[in-house]
Ligand binder design. Structure first.
Ligand SMILES: NC(=O)C1=CN([C@@H]2O[C@H](COP(=O)(O)OP(=O)(O)OC[C@H]3O[C@@H](n4cnc5c(N)ncnc54)[C@H](OP(=O)(O)O)[C@@H]3O)[C@@H](O)[C@H]2O)C=CC1
Ligand SMILES: O=C(O)[C@@H]1CCC=N1
Length: 263
């Protein structure tokens, strides 16, 4: 991503907690100039203070991108701070909050609704995007380039898909982290030290993830581990009796909550 124009016009970031920080870390690493970023957040973290971004000052009138990363529950209180901005592309990462809510609060805006995830902090996120009626092809290209600086970007056909995306990839890192936690606990229960079990679980998930990213069918990759009547088969017989239904209910619950947050 070439940040030249963005660095010249500036970026405004409304809310810089876990997700905002994850993305900002990736952008700063990729060449976004700290002095071009104005962050509006009531309690900036020590990390944020250390970056050199501009904190809680009046934002530039026409920043290239205005990123909204507050909780959906705070949206009504937070959005008025952006009312003075013009000629900016709004990008929101909030779960639930529909495009119509931003249009109602901010008027005629160009908006991209995005659903990222926290691996953006290490440049390995995936973000799904969809534009509002006023967003142009150039706006979507800008959003894709900007968000693509911290991982992959996929474009959605319709806003209605965001709830399912949130259930799979927005919330998904937490499912995987919980799998690491539970694999490590199981290893400990089998007699390993906590440190060794965690090291094994972490590296196994990271290595399997890297292998999955080769594009090989995950079912084939699973079969490659599974010797007939071997250890993996014994383990999978337990896991596969439970996981498909459990994962379906997990993703459905997250997607349902996303729809609820829309109000
Ligand atoms: N965390 C994740 O993995 C993902 C989160 N998201 C979305 O990102 C958004 C932020 O989530 P997350 O980063 O986890 O939440 P956080 O609570 O960590 O971050 C929100 C930030 O906004 C600040 N804030 C609160 N009120 C205001 C206000 N009026 N004006 C400006 N800033 C304000 C909060 O400050 P304070 O803490 O002091 O209240 C906090 O620093 C949410 O909408 C969420 O749905 C999307 C994808 C993934
Ligand atoms: O838990 C949440 O609501 C946010 C949205 C996706 C990930 N975290």
């Amino acid at each position: 991503m070439d940040f030249t124009d963005i660095n010249r016009r500036g970026v405004v970031l409304l809310g810089c907690g876990k997700m905002g920080s994850a993305m900002l870390a990736g952008w700063l690493e990729g060449g976004l100039a700290p002095a071009s970023v104005t962050v509006i957040d009531p309690a900036p973290s020590d990390w944020l203070r250390s970056t050199g971004v501009v904190l809680n000052a009046d934002p530039p009138a026409a920043p290239a991108v205005t990123l909204i990363a507050v909780k959906p529950q705070m949206m009504g209180e937070a959005l008025p701070a952006l009312r003075g901005l013009s000629d900016t592309l709004f990008v929101t990462v909030a779960a639930g909050t529909p495009i119509a809510a931003y249009e109602a609060a901010l008027g005629e805006i160009r908006l991209v609704r995005a659903m990222p995830n926290t691996p953006a902090a290490v440049g390995r996120g995936i973000t799904a995007i969809v534009g509002n009626g006023a967003a142009t092809a150039a706006d979507l290209d800008l959003a894709e380039g900007f968000l693509g600086a911290v991982g992959e970007v996929v474009r959605l056909d319709a806003e209605a898909q965001v709830d399912a995306v949130t259930g799979v990839s927005g919330s998904g890192p937490a499912y995987v982290f919980h799998m690491i936690e539970t694999m490590a606990a199981a290893g400990e229960a089998e007699g390993l030290s906590r440190e060794l079990a965690l090291r094994l679980a972490r590296a196994t998930v990271a290595g399997a993830g890297a292998l999955a990213m080769t594009g090989e069918d995950p079912a084939r990759l699973r079969e490659n581990v599974t010797s007939p009547n071997g250890t993996t088969q014994a383990g999978l017989e337990v896991l596969m009796a439970e996981l498909p239904d459990l994962m379906a209910r997990t993703v459905a619950a997250a997607a349902r909550r996303s729809r609820e947050l829309a109000g």
